[in-house]
Design a protein around this ligand. Structure first.
Ligand SMILES: [Zn+2]
Ligand SMILES: [Zn+2]
Length: 396
């Protein structure tokens, strides 16, 4: 039986997937600079015996594993390969050897898992019908998003997949479990860059100045009404400012204040309207107080919607593979993910792989210097991806 076969292959491959993950973890590369990572992935794919590997978006790859009747249906599996500018704080044998760069979002696990899935699928390709398209992409963490570049480079053509599945580690879900959500799952994310300009000078003579610090303080408070008043309570929205820069002193008012933040939501028309609202409030308030404002909104990834039918099928297949107790439902997650670009073109399913283990002290969130995964998750990471692809091809 196919499921047992895949489970056995995944168990046999576990050590290899762990070793690959450790190699990637120790040698992280920043977004769009994944040259050694890409080289490693290509070598592994060739070792497996996969042919027809195509380079995409400079440091990405795609390749097909054809089963019997390869044109019947195509399902794509995607992994991202980039790391983050974080100094790793974990004291582990596979600690980052690249100072200031760390796989703190688990993309090492995604890449190692997909390599494992590829090896499994290559070994069972005479037993399924259709084609599995592998996608290894660069630059998930940094705009414009490696996914958008891969799509521009025609990764979703020739053959065009009928659906695409992506896997991401989740440190809030215990190892052994996975999570799914049908429909809207993750947020759009836009970067906000505001400069409030006034007229600086001696702090003892406010009557001669236009104080950008006071104006910026009012502006930060006023903009919150976009999410508390202008937004429908039915549509989640987040407005957060994480950086305020006023380079004065106790007695020096600076000429300008810079503010950076993020706006996230789950609705495209509202996203556009919110942008207009923020600009309107900023101009009205700052100019009303005698200052000037530059307000740049850099649009980031769109919201991520999981195709309900594809996701329902994948969830059922996961229940078959792991049992009902090990498949959980996910809540909306206001982070963004460039997988959203694929899911705008073809049906997508982005699911979560549990990597938490409190007994081992593995509890840190992604994007932190102490992030790590319980590597026991990798056997599922590789096996389940292979199984979901096969299940999707067969149940059609
Ligand atoms: Zn990340
Ligand atoms: Zn990530």
């Amino acid at each position: 039986m196919m499921k047992e076969k895949i489970k056995n292959l995944a168990a046999a491959l576990k050590e290899e997937v762990i070793q690959n993950r450790r190699h990637l973890h120790a040698n992280p590369e920043l977004s769009y600079q994944e040259y050694n990572t890409a080289k490693f992935v290509r070598e592994k794919l060739e070792e497996i015996g996969i042919t027809g590997i195509e380079q995409k978006a400079e440091t990405g790859w795609t390749a097909c594993i054809e089963g019997k009747n390869p044109h019947k249906k195509v399902i794509a599996l995607r992994a991202d390969m980039d790391a983050l500018p974080i100094i790793e704080a974990n004291e582990v044998s596979y600690k980052s050897k690249n100072p200031g760069v760390m796989h703190a979002c688990g993309h090492d696990a995604h890449t190692a898992s997909l390599l494992g899935a590829a090896k499994i699928l290559h070994q069972v390709k005479d037993l399924f019908e259709g084609t599995v398209k592998l996608i290894f992409q660069p630059g998930e963490e940094v705009a414009p998003g490696g996914a958008s570049l891969m799509i521009q480079d025609k990764v979703l053509e020739n053959p065009r997949p009928n659906g695409i599945i992506g896997q991401h580690v989740m440190p809030f879900i215990p190892v052994g479990k996975v999570g799914f959500r049908q429909g809207i799952y993750m947020a759009s994310a836009d970067e906000l860059y505001i400069t409030v300009k006034g007229k600086g000078g001696h702090g003892a003579m406010p009557e001669t100045l236009i104080d950008p610090v006071l104006i910026a303080s009012h502006l930060i408070v006023a903009l919150q009404q976009v999410v508390s008043r202008a937004a429908s309570p039915k549509v989640p929205s987040v407005l957060s400012f994480g950086r305020v820069e006023a380079l004065g002193a106790t007695n020096v008012i600076p000429n300008e204040v810079k503010i950076q933040g993020t706006f996230r939501t789950l609705d495209e028309p509202w996203r556009a309207k919110a942008h207009q609202k923020m600009l309107q409030i900023a101009h009205g308030l700052v100019e009303g107080m005698g200052g000037e404002v530059d307000f740049e909104i850099r649009k980031g990834y769109p919201f991520l919607k999981n195709d309900p039918a594809l996701t329902a099928k994948a969830k059922d297949a996961a229940i078959e593979y792991l049992g009902p107790d090990n498949v959980v439902d996910l809540d909306i997650w206001m982070a963004a993910e460039d997988f959203a670009y694929y899911s705008q073109v073809v049906d997508g399913c982005f699911y979560r792989l549990g990597t938490r283990n409190e007994a081992k002290g593995i509890v840190s969130g992604v994007h932190t210097p102490t992030f790590d995964i319980d590597e026991d998750a990798l056997e599922i990471g590789a096996g389940l991806m292979a199984w979901l692809a096969v299940a999707e091809l067969e149940k059609s």
